[in-house]
Design a protein around this ligand. Structure first.
Ligand code: ADP
Ligand code: MG
Length: 311
């Protein structure tokens, strides 16, 4: 399945090298690319479309399949346990691979704690809820704490140093940098056993760099591209992508919830699952899942403790 781009009919050495320089190494990478991306590299839209179609047909992705086949593929999807029974029940077993899960909530709701916990949980063996795999953590707000990873790892019976070694960490300094890091993450995922990619927070830089309504269109366009990149990573490499999103007050809403995730419609359509976290008293938090293609809207409570997230 991971055949080199040059194995595709019609791609010679020169085109192959050009594609690889821009991060398209395998037939799989091409199958998930857009015509525009490839046309930008090879300078010919028609040929780009042919190449992508050839890649898709080589992987058997271009035709209709039976719903039974869809079901069989879904049965193969893996889950990373959150380590919290109530949350796992809410998520039908945990956070899915091949999907983007958005965790939204106010400041202090536990979004970053949730990401830390998953970065440890993914490392556990399958019988303990993990995938015996590594994590990549893109931190935009400088809130990643290795001490916290060590605490959670110890509580789960892992060696703290080993748990830290199994997390690739990068601080993103701007929205452009964040997008470059997503591309680098893709390269790491191809070479190493990574099953979780965290972006905490996905929107902070975009909001800071493109403030106000006058910049909204440009911001959404860039964010849209970033989310599309993340969806492709999830889909092409069977990785769980988890992104966090701030919620902001909507002064013009009088009925219903006056808080709204900041990424707007782009995230609503880009993320496969959305989890909403909110504070209750003391260390208790409430999670709700919504906009899911198949989960009913339900709630679960959990606690944030020294050991991480617990029932
Ligand atoms: P968000 O990312 O949604 O803004 P966080 O994930 O940073 O929020 O959650 C912050 C909460 O986690 C705070 O209530 C804090 O008390 C709690 N917390 C952080 N570290 C610990 C710890 N070591 N033990 C217990 N609670 C902690
Ligand atoms: Mg945070």
């Amino acid at each position: 399945a991971d055949a080199d781009v040059e194995e595709l009919e019609g791609i010679g050495r020169v085109t192959g090298q050009k594609l690889k320089e821009r991060g398209y190494y395998t037939v799989r990478d091409l199958a998930f690319a857009s015509v525009k991306e490839i046309a930008d590299i090879i300078g010919n839209e028609e040929r780009a479309a042919q190449i992508i179609e050839a890649a898709r047909s080589m992987l058997g992705l271009s035709n209709f399949i039976s719903a039974l086949e869809v079901y069989r593929r879904r049965v193969n999807i893996k889950r990373i346990s959150t380590g919290v029974r109530s949350l796992d029940e809410l998520l039908n077993g945990g956070v899915e691979t091949s999907a983007v899960t958005e965790v939204a909530g106010e400041f202090g709701a536990g979004k970053t704690q949730f990401c830390h916990q998953l970065a440890v949980m993914v490392q556990l063996p399958e019988d303990k809820g993990g995938l015996s795999a590594k994590a990549i953590y893109i931190d935009t707000e400088n809130t990643f704490r290795p001490e916290r990873i060590a605490q959670i790892a110890r509580a789960r019976g892992l060696d703290p140093d080993q748990a830290l070694k199994n997390i690739y960490y990068a601080r993103a300094y701007s929205s452009d940098h964040q997008m470059i890091l997503a591309e680098q993450a893709r390269r790491i995922i191809k070479q190493d056993n990574v099953k979780l990619l965290v972006v905490d927070s996905i929107v902070a830089h975009f909001r800071a760099e493109f403030p106000g309504r006058e910049n909204l269109a440009e911001r959404q366009q860039k964010l849209n591209k970033h989310i599309a990149d993340l969806l492709k990573i999830a889909d092409a490499y069977d990785v769980a992508v988890v992104v966090t999103n701030q919620v902001m007050a909507q002064p013009d809403v009088f009925f219903g919830n006056p808080l709204k995730p900041a990424g707007g419609n782009v995230l609503a359509h880009g993320a496969t699952y959305r989890i909403w976290l909110r504070k209750s008293k003391e260390n208790i938090r409430i999670a709700k899942i919504f906009d899911s293609p198949y989960h009913p809207e339900r709630e679960a409570t959990f606690k944030i403790t020294e050991e991480g997230l617990t029932d």
